[in-house]
Every structure is written in structure tokens, then in C-alpha cells.
Design a protein around this ligand. Structure first.
Ligand SMILES: *Cc1c(COP(=O)(O)O)cnc(C)c1O
Length: 395
């Protein structure tokens, strides 16, 4: 049974970039026009202004803009001086970019399992994966919820490891430590990285990314690395890359940054609606907002900033996830399986060291998870139709 689609209802999108743009069109267009008239298309004042604004927003000493979130990860690892053979631990359940750059730099990726409720790095698995060759940990704050950074930082300190936070899906979120203090994600480890891909929570209208750090020396190293290893024009001290945020994207981001908290609130409003609608459904597990047992209040809370819902991802426990995926598509409700294949099973990242037993949670998640439409423009009529369609089918 499917509820009838209200005639007045706007077409449901997974991410409504068009709807968001139309609400801020005037300011965006004029900021882009300013760049066009300035002819400072690369590294102009807009890039510097956005960088300063983001440093202030995150309360971090250094933001280094770059071309995309994948480059940000790669350059962070280069900046830390990681070398061939160094082991870098990251999660099996994430977008491939995280492991891709480890492999590209000829470092040794060590994939580990995630937790079933947060979808983030499993702390016991992390402890077990550490060897004398381990040099860094890359926690990914998946779907907008920070990993258990109390535990990650404690382990890193004990074993003298670098922590690179992949914040591509969680910019704007905060983490509440055991002692009650709060910090923006991406500024907790030695270095944090993010992506401004259009569909990310702070998206531009092309590609973009950034690296964050409180370490002055590392920031200096990285600033040169993004620009061909130059610290003085035409003097190349290290092997670098060309990875720049262009001025048009910076102008878009500068205009959107002041709206980020409001956008996160809008996502949380939609998540709250979903959670309430599914609360009586025994076959649906809704996302947790707690990074660990002590962090934040456990509610979808605007003041905790605990979860920024890059994705709203539920688990379907009656074995009908694939049928639901198709049923929703048939009814004009976009949805996605993030992620359908774990990284350890991908051709590019297979490794004889891995055993299926090492990935029991990831192997379960790829069968149960489904991500629902989540963006800043979802309205109650759409949410009512989506949730009713799901509850009727999963019942
Ligand atoms: C999107 C994403 C990236 C890569 O960002 P790009 O800007 O697309 O290169 C890296 N890690 C995670 C977890 C992501 O979701």
C-alpha cells in the first residue's frame, strides 16, 4: 500500500541544490559578478577572506584552501611527512577517497571495522590494528556525526600517532569531550580536511576543499605544498602539487558560510521529523547522535551541534532493504545506499591480510542501510509522504 501523492507536492530531491540556490540567488550572483569584474580569478582577495572567515568559524589557527577534499587528504598526509611503508589506519565503511590517497602515496592502508550505531571508527578494532609501523589514524566523521575523538586522541597520544580528521561530511558539527568542553570537528586532530563538493553541507558550485590545523609549522609546510612546493616564488623546496580553490568558488563559499549553522538546523529539523515518524516502527533503526557514551545529550539538538546530518541513514532490519529502495524509487522518492560495497572488498583495495571476520559490522551495514532525502529545503508535505510511504511498506 502506498499513500497517494499530494498533487501540490514539490518533486522530492535527494539534495535540492536548485532550491537552495534560488533562495540566495541575489547575493550569490552579485558575489560571483564581483569576482568576474575583479579578474583576480585565482588566489585573490575572496580566497583570503573566505579563509579568514572559516578560521574564525572553526576557531582554528590555519585554514589552507585547496582544490577538493581528496587533495586535502593527500596534502595533509604529505605535509605530515608520511613515507612509503608507513601504516595508516582508516575505516572500511567510507567514501573511497580516504583510502585512495593513502594508496596513491604508497603508504600502507589498514582498513578496520566501524561501530554499528555511529557508523564511525571502532575503537577496539583500532587498538588491535596498531603495529610498530603505524603512523597515522584517519577517523571519518561519517554522515555528519563526529567519531569518538576522546578515545581516538587518547590512543594516538599513547602510540605517538598523527590524527587526520576527514571532515568532508561533517563540517559545522561539534564534538563534546568527556570533560564537557566542545570543539568543532576537524580541529581536534593534528590536521583536519574537508570538501566543498556541491552536495556537501557547505558546498560550492564546483570543486573545492580545505585543510585545517593549529600547528604553525605544519600550516607553513602545507601552504607551500599546495602551490608546487614554493615558499618563495620559483624556488621549489619540496615536491608539491597544484591544488587551488578558485576565487569564484571562494566567493560562493564566503556567501554561504554565514548560513551554515542555519542549514545545519534545517537538516536537524528534517532528521527530527524522520525520527519521530519512525519511532514506533520496530523494523527501522534511526541514527544515533551520540559519538560515545558520554558525549552530548543524545537528542537531535541544535545547541549540541552533535550531528549535522550530511546523510540521514536508517537501518532496515526486516531484510527488505533492497525492496524498499526500489519501492521508493517507483514512488518518486530518491534514496541511496551509502555504501554498497565495503572498501576491503573493492578490487583496488583488496589485501590478503584482511579476513571477513574483521569486518562483521561493515558487512552487515552494506545490507541494511539506506539514506533518505536530506537537504535544507525539505518541507513537511514531502517528509509526511516519504515517511508514510516507508512506514506502510516496512510496517
Ligand atoms: C566527498 C568526500 C571526500 C572527497 O571530497 P572531494 O571534494 O569529492 O574530493 C572525502 N572523504 C569523504 C568521507 C567524502 O564524503
Amino acid at each position: 500500500m502506498t499513500p497517494t501523492k499530494p498533487v501540490s507536492m514539490k518533486k522530492i530531491q535527494m539534495v535540492d541544490l536548485q532550491g537552495q540556490y534560488s533562495n540566495i540567488k541575489k547575493t550569490i550572483d552579485s558575489s560571483i559578478e564581483e569576482v568576474l569584474n575583479s579578474s583576480a580569478y585565482i588566489n585573490g582577495p575572496y580566497v583570503h577572506q573566505f579563509q579568514a572567515d572559516l578560521e574564525k568559524y572553526l576557531s582554528v589557527k590555519h585554514v589552507i584552501p585547496c582544490a577538493n577534499g581528496t587533495d586535502a587528504l593527500q596534502i595533509a598526509m604529505m605535509g605530515l611527512g608520511l613515507e612509503q611503508g608507513d601504516e595508516v589506519i582508516t575505516v572500511d565503511f567510507t567514501f573511497a577517497a580516504t583510502v585512495e590517497v593513502i594508496a596513491l602515496l604508497k603508504l600502507t592502508p589498514v582498513l578496520i571495522d566501524v561501530e554499528p550505531d555511529t557508523f564511525n571508527i571502532d575503537i577496539d578494532a583500532l587498538k588491535k590494528a596498531i603495529t610498530p609501523k603505524t603512523k597515522a589514524i584517519v577517523p571519518v566523521h561519517l554522515f555528519g556525526l563526529c567519531a569518538n575523538m576522546d578515545a581516538v586522541m587518547e590512543i594516538a597520544k599513547k602510540h605517538n600517532l598523527f590524527v587526520i580528521e576527514d571532515t568532508a561530511q561533517a563540517i559545522g558539527a561539534s564534538y563534546t569531550f568527556k570533560d564537557g568542553s566542545k570543539q568543532k570537528v576537524g580541529t581536534i586532530g593534528h590536521v583536519g580536511t574537508t570538501s566543498f563538493f556541491p552536495s556537501k553541507n557547505l558546498g560550492c558550485y564546483g570543486d573545492g576543499g580545505a585543510i585545517f590545523t593549529n600547528d604553525d609549522d605544519l600550516a607553513h609546510t602545507i601552504r607551500g605544498m599546495v602551490n608546487h612546493g614554493m615558499y618563495k616564488r620559483y624556488y621549489h623546496d619540496v615536491v608539491g602539487v597544484n591544488s587551488r580553490l578558485d576565487s569564484i568558488q571562494a566567493a560562493v563559499l564566503k556567501t554561504k558560510l554565514p548560513l551554515l549553522d542555519k542549514y545545519c538546523d534545517a537538516r536537524r529539523d528534517a532528521a527530527r521529523y524522520y525520527n519521530n515518524a519512525f519511532s514506533q516502527n520496530a523494523n527501522i533503526i534511526t541514527p544515533t547522535t551520540k559519538s560515545n557514551a558520554t558525549s552530548n545529550c543524545g537528542e537531535i539538538c541544535d545547541s549540541c551541534d552533535c550531528h549535522v546530518f550530511h546523510q540521514y541513514t536508517i537501518k532496515i532490519m526486516n531484510g527488505k532493504r533492497n525492496e524498499l529502495h526500489q519501492h521508493l524509487l517507483d514512488n518518486g522518492i530518491p534514496n541511496a545506499i551509502y555504501y554498497p560495497v565495503p572498501l576491503h572488498a573493492q578490487k583496488a583495495y583488496k589485501d590478503s591480510r584482511y579476513k571477513e571476520d574483521d569486518f562483521t559490522t561493515t558487512n552487515e551495514l552494506i545490507e541494511t542501510v539506506i539514506s533518505l532525502p536530506m537537504h535544507t529545503e525539505l518541507d513537511k508535505e514531502q517528509l509526511a509522504f516519504i515517511t508514510k510511504t516507508i512506514n506502510d511498506f516496512v510496517g
